[in-house]
Design a protein around this ligand. Structure first.
Ligand code: TMP
Ligand code: MG
Length: 315
């Protein structure tokens, strides 16, 4: 393919790229109004490289809450994995009041404030997660009640999730979910939707249960929105099997999700897709500057699905 020939003078390649836009032909979905790209030519070059290398060279690394799940449905916010528990009958009214007040009024605005640096945000995130986990542990939650809480919740995977999970399974492409949410809950969400295929792996905050099946603590190092990079680097064993897959499709909704793939060595091509769900005007510039493709108020997996379709179809 002419686009892979390095000696072709860059402006000539750019002209050729414009002439043969993926947008127009192979991936018309990229014309959706929700799609913003800082550098369309670069995005197309990455996708072409990934198509050239095929599905055997690809892995998908994704965030969970508000990336694989919907942000809103019919104008109403959908729950994060934490919210699923917070809103369930497993939590006392007193605890519900505490959980509902402090994050909404204090921590969530800090999490998404584009005027604050990550360093400024981290202590608040640690405080938020620690308080939330401590409150949950006080509730004596039973392991066997988690599935019911998920079934009765309003959690929804994004439209197109069957195609997304299905095509990754069909092409044996590993899907690594890296979440600062609650691992036990998000696994139930995936299971409940019938898409927990063998190629799916989850790194998250997991609950520890005592011999009576009651939640007594959380396992391992706490994962919050802005330390996913450390988490990835602390898990070299988990990434080891994936080192022979040098192409990465990364999906996220937070600026903290951008570094999720930092544990993978020898990356050849990485395409970062970011869902811009909330505070769109304030955050657009930062998202467009950091993510290769920004999906503004888009509740679907249409774009990842269209890119996957193109990468996995034969040459
Ligand atoms: P994610 O990494 O899968 O997106 O999950 C993290 C999200 O969870 C993050 O956006 C904030 C949210 N969250 C709650 O909704 N309630 C809580 O109590 C905490 C600690 C986090
Ligand atoms: Mg998220």
């Amino acid at each position: 393919m002419i686009f892979h020939i390095p000696w072709i003078y860059v402006p000539v390649r750019n002209v050729l790229a414009i002439w043969h836009q993926l947008t127009k032909y192979e991936i018309p979905e990229l014309k959706k109004p929700s799609v913003i790209m800082r550098d369309r030519g670069r995005v197309e070059e990455i996708i072409r490289n990934m198509h050239g290398a095929g599905p055997g060279a690809l892995q998908v690394i994704s965030d969970f809450d508000m990336t694989l799940t919907r942000f809103a449905f019919n104008g109403k916010r959908c729950p994060t994995s934490h919210n699923i528990l917070d809103n369930s009958s497993l939590i006392s009214e007193d605890c519900k009041a505490k959980l509902a007040n402090f994050p909404k009024s204090h921590y969530y605005p800090i999490e998404i404030d584009s005027s604050l640096s990550v360093e400024d945000k981290v202590p608040h995130m640690v405080e938020w997660w620690t308080q939330a986990h401590d409150l949950l542990v006080q509730q004596r939650i039973k392991k066997d009640q988690l599935a019911k809480a998920v079934r009765e919740s309003d959690a929804m995977l994004r439209d197109g999730y069957e195609v997304f999970f299905g095509s990754l399974k069909d092409h044996s492409i590993p899907l690594l979910i890296f979440s600062a949410g609650l691992g036990d809950i998000l696994e139930e969400v995936i299971e409940h939707n019938g898409v927990f295929h063998p190629n799916v792996r989850v790194f998250s905050n997991y609950m520890e249960f005592d011999k009576n099946g009651l939640l007594c603590s959380f396992k391992g190092q706490l994962i919050h929105t802005f330390n996913k990079r450390e988490g990835a680097l602390l898990n070299p064993d988990q990434f080891e099997q994936l080192q022979d897959r040098p192409n990465i499709l990364l999906l996220g909704d937070s600026m903290g999700d951008l570094t999720m793939a930092d544990g993978v060595q020898n990356v050849q091509n990485i395409l970062r897709i970011g869902y811009l769900n909330d505070k769109v005007e304030e955050r657009r510039d930062a998202y467009v500057g950091s993510y290769d493709i920004v999906l503004e108020k888009d509740e679907t997996l249409d774009i990842p699905n269209a890119i996957l379709r193109y990468i996995t179809e034969g040459k």
